[in-house]
Design a protein around this ligand. Sequence first.
Ligand code: TYM
Length: 330
Amino acid sequence: MTPRVLSGIQPSGNLHIGNYLGALGNWVKIQHDYESIFCIVDLHAITVYQKPEELRSKVREIAALFLAAGIDPRHSRIVVQSAVAAHAELAWLLTCVTPMGWLERMTQFKAKAAAQESVGDGLFQYPVLMAADILLYQANIVPVGEDQMQHLELARDIAQRFNSLYGDTFTMPATRLPLVGARVMGLDEPTTKMSKSASGTGHAVALLDPPERIKKTIMRATTDSGSGVDFETMGPGVQNLLNIFQAFSDWTNDQMKAHFSGMRYGDLKKQVAEMTISKLEPIQKRYADITADPAYLESILKDGANAVRPTADATVRLVKERMGIYTETA
Ligand code: TYM
C-alpha cells in the first residue's frame, strides 16, 4: 500500500515564507511519492476568535495558495477540515483517552493562553483535534515545521494509549521536517519564530506580498554588529537570512559557504530578496488565475472532501466499535 501523507494549515492570518519553507513547499516536493491529503483546518482556527466573513474568505485564499504553490489536485486531496464531520467526531473520542496533564505540557498552549484574557477550552483541546486529523486517515508521515513537533509526539502518545486500551487501531505517524527551513525566524526579531499572528510590517514576508514590499522587509531585517558574513561567528539574524536563501534555492552547505563568505550584509539581503521574489512571483501569478475562477476552487474542495470521507468514516466506525459505542447496524 502507498504510504499516506497528511498535513494542515490554519486559515488565520497571512501565510508567510515560514509556512511555505517549513510546510507547503515541502508538501509540493513530496506529494507524488505518497497518497497525499492537505487540510485547511478551520476548526483549529476558531480556537481563537475569527471574524466569520474573514474566515470564510481565508479558507478559499489558502486553498488557492495550495494550488498556486503546486499542490496537484489530480493527485493530492485538498480538504477543508470542517467539511468532513469525522474530524470533530474522532477528536471527541480521543479527548476521552487523553489525560489533561499531557495537554497542560504543550508549549504552544502555554504561549497562546498567556496572550489571551480568557482561554477557550478549544485552545486546550487543540492538539487532540490535530491528533484526530492525522489518525483519522492512518497517516504514515506528517510534514510540518519544527514548531509542530511536540503536537506530533502527543498524537503518537494518544494513538499508543488508544491502542493499548482498545487494541491495535491506529498507525503511528512519523514527523517529517524539511532539511532547511524547519524554523524560519522573524525578520525583525530573529530570536522568535516567524508567525502569522505577529502583526506589523518588518516581521514576516507574506506569500502574497508585492515584490516591493518583500524587498523592503528583507532589506530592513535585523542582522548584527558585524559587517560581512562569517559562518563561524554569525548571529541569528544573518543565519536566518542564509537559511531562507538556502531553503528557497536548495543549495548545498558548500555552495552557500563559497558564495556568501565575507559578503557584506547589504548585498546578502539584496540576494535574499531577489531569490524570495523570484520564487514567490510565479506563485502570485498562478494565485491570480485561480482566484479568477471561484467555481473551479469550489469543485476542488468538494472533490477533496468527497474523496476522503469514506476513509474518515471507516476509521470513526472502527474506533466506535472498539470502544463499545453504539453504531447503527446496516
Ligand atoms: P500553522 O497553521 O501554524 O502552520 C502551518 C505549517 O507551517 C509551519 N510553520 C513554520 N515552519 C517554519 N518556520 C516557521 N516560522 C513556521 N511557522 C509555521 C508549521 O510547522 C506548520 O507545519 N497545528 C497546525 C495545523 C494542523 C496540522 C494538523 C498540521 C492542524 N492539524 C495535522 C499537521 C497535521 C498549525 O497550527 O499550523
